[in-house]
Design a protein around this ligand. Structure first.
Ligand code: NIG
Ligand code: FE
Length: 419
């Protein structure tokens, strides 16, 4: 990246020139027909950031007039990116970063043939309960930084490895130190001390635990799956969370078919995550959820899980062809998917779930924003948050074409250079 001028300033207006391929995800705002290209690509583009927001996006040939109209003065800083591709910052709508301990032995055993089971979560619960606040903070910070280095500028993260009132309260409180998108997942699994009384644990979750956690959280979540919570228990948790003012999201249909997806749609959840085993009715319900005025339920696919558990990959093509909205997220956690790499999710989705590069990049950016019901991120039209990723590549296709290669050249978060 070549900096032409660098006068400094706390929030300088920055003009990025020489963008070979700019993915805006906002076709109407940049004069692209959304039927031809829902990702609103502009070639040989320029992008103006001002005050933490995108001020203008368009062809570089039109940039003098665009900057004059949007800013009315010269930008403070001009940066040339020499033909590189630019995409919106990734929106990772699903991670579990408040944890301690290591489960590499479990991963190794899986690669040798042992299946993934929800019970492994309890190993991390024991390590997390034993950790100090500062140890958990250090783990959180390390993972948030690693995610940012790979282009993630918006990140959701969950509790769920505490499973007692003080440990869950601590988890959401610490998570809130690094992101606004905090999810209360007290109903991750039933902790060992409630093995004989799972409904008693649900009473605790919807009672004192929710009361302690709701002030720090935006979302409530539940793992609705055999070995975790039944559909009835899940409904109780989600309805209580919604009554406490939290938005609803669900883990479901990861390990086998079940009622979780339909429960999520029924309750107007923002997202239902995993969606590995779907019936035709599940797919139809997800698609139909986008038919009315209200926002529907996003099917969030987490292909890092299938990579790391040797399960079959979900079928994104089937969902998209039916009219569902699909997001991609990392599910970064020490058990089922220990990676925070959204570029890897794009590569896996393209290779294994039947989507095009354009669809995968949209799902990892705009799709994640839909899953978090955010309209300020996931796109790069005027007014959007200035979260920008410059790839060390001439096109976004390289995200899938060059898996495992560090392709993030530069990141702006909220208009500030972040990498
Ligand atoms: O989303 N499915 C439930 N929870 C996590 C896994 C957590 C773990 O194994 O520690 C997930 O895959
Ligand atoms: Fe998860």
């Amino acid at each position: 990246m070549r900096e032409v001028e660098h006068p400094g300033g706390s929030h300088p207006a920055t003009l990025i020139l020489g963008i070979g391929e700019l993915t805006t995800n906002a076709p109407e705002d940049v004069g692209v027909d959304p039927v031809d290209d829902p990702t609103g690509v502009i070639r040989d583009a320029a992008l103006l950031l001002d005050g933490g927001r995108v001020a203008w996006a368009g062809p570089e040939s039109a940039c003098a007039d665009g900057v004059e109209a949007a800013l009315g003065r010269a930008p403070d800083r001009v940066v040339g990116v020499e033909g590189r591709a630019v995409v919106p910052g990734f929106v990772d709508s699903h991670s579990h970063l408040v944890f301690a301990g290591d489960r590499s032995a479990e991963f190794e055993a899986r690669m040798a043939g042992r299946p993934y089971a929800a019970g492994g979560i309890r190993t991390t619960v024991a390590a997390t309960r034993a950790a100090s606040d500062d140890e958990l903070r250090a783990v959180l910070r390390r993972h948030v930084d690693q995610a940012l280095a790979q282009g993630t500028t918006t990140l959701e993260t969950k509790s769920g490895y505490g499973l007692s009132v003080p440990d869950e309260e601590r988890a959401v409180r610490l998570a809130r130190e690094v992101t606004d998108e905090v999810t209360f997942l007290g109903a991750h699994v039933v902790p060992p001390e409630f093995s004989d009384d799972p409904d008693g644990y649900v009473d605790l979750v919807v009672g004192d635990m929710l009361a302690a956690c709701a002030p720090h959280a935006r979302w409530v979540d539940v793992f609705c799956e055999t070995g975790a919570f039944t559909p009835e228990q899940s409904r109780r948790v989600l309805e209580a969370g919604a009554a406490a003012g939290l938005g609803v999201r669900v883990h479901a249909n990861q390990l086998g078919p079940g009622e979780g997806v339909r429960l999520a749609v029924d309750l107007g959840a923002a997202a239902v995550d995993h969606c590995t085993y779907l019936s035709d009715d599940d797919v139809a319900a997800l698609a139909a959820s986008w038919g009315g005025e209200a926002q529907g339920t996003v099917a969030t696919l987490l292909p890092g899980v299938e990579f790391s558990t040797r399960q079959p990959y979900p079928d994104a093509r089937r969902l998209l062809d039916a009219g569902a909205v699909v997001a991609l997220a990392s599910d970064c956690n020490p058990g089922s998917s220990y990676t925070s790499s959204m570029p890897l999710m794009v590569a896996l989705a393209v290779r294994e779930t039947g989507v095009t590069v354009a669809e995968a990049v949209w799902a990892a950016t705009a799709g994640g924003a839909r899953a978090l019901r955010r309209d300020d991120v996931g796109h790069l039209a005027p007014g959007a948050r200035a979260d920008v990723v410059v790839l060390d590549a001439p096109s976004r296709t390289h995200l899938a074409y060059r898996p495992g290669v560090p392709l993030v050249h530069a990141v702006w978060k909220d208009g500030h250079p972040a990498r």
